[in-house]
Ligand binder design. Structure first.
Ligand SMILES: Nc1nc2c(ncn2[C@@H]2O[C@H](COP(=O)(O)O)[C@@H](O)[C@H]2O)c(=O)[nH]1
Ligand code: MN
Length: 159
């Protein structure tokens, strides 16, 4: 499946029967089946796919919005999010521990040294994040994707 979904975007939508600008920053749209904006699309009945990345070790989840997403203007978080900032991660995480964790999980990457600021431990506990999304009634999990090969861009992070 290839599905494009943006997480930093302002769009004009109908909210409470009125046109409104909805700005999702670090969040992604989450329209359940039956939502008016999905009429005449392949996702009209099922709701569209939500791709929620966790971290390079624990993978990502494919989710679908539930009715409760109306409370967040049909939005969910676009990932697990950070528990350590980039500089903090570089200070406290150990390169060899990060690299050996990929070996022990049988995950290959294009990096001789994995970028430590994007190591699994730099992100929040993925199961806990998914649990809170589900228990808030925002979305349900459809599938979990586990990485076999992680490709990282060599250029400097711009955030
Ligand atoms: N499955 C993976 N998830 C990842 C990886 N690197 C980061 N992340 C998650 O994505 C969000 C969004 O990333 P961002 O670069 O736009 O901030 C981030 O909060 C992590 O939860 C990865 O290699 N694989
Ligand atoms: Mn981002």
């Amino acid at each position: 499946m290839v599905y494009f979904i943006s997480h930093n975007i302002a769009r004009k939508e109908i909210v409470d029967n009125q046109p409104a600008w909805v700005h999702r920053k670090g969040a992604t749209r989450a329209m359940p089946g039956g939502h008016h904006s999905l009429a005449d699309t392949p996702f009209a009945k099922s709701g569209h796919p939500i791709l929620l990345p966790g971290n390079p070790r624990d993978g990502s989840a494919v989710m679908v919005a539930d009715e409760g997403a109306s409370a967040s203007c049909y939005s969910v978080n676009h990932g697990a999010g950070r528990v350590l900032g980039r500089r903090h991660a570089k200070r406290v995480l150990d390169q060899s521990t990060v690299d050996s964790e990929f070996d022990s999980n049988d995950i290959l990457s294009n990096c001789r040294k994995y970028p430590i600021d994007e190591a699994p431990a730099a992100y929040k506990d993925f199961n806990e994040v998914l649990r809170s999304v589900k228990s808030a009634g925002l979305a349900s999990e459809v599938a979990r994707l586990k990485a076999r090969f992680v490709i990282k861009d060599a250029s400097k992070a711009d955030d």
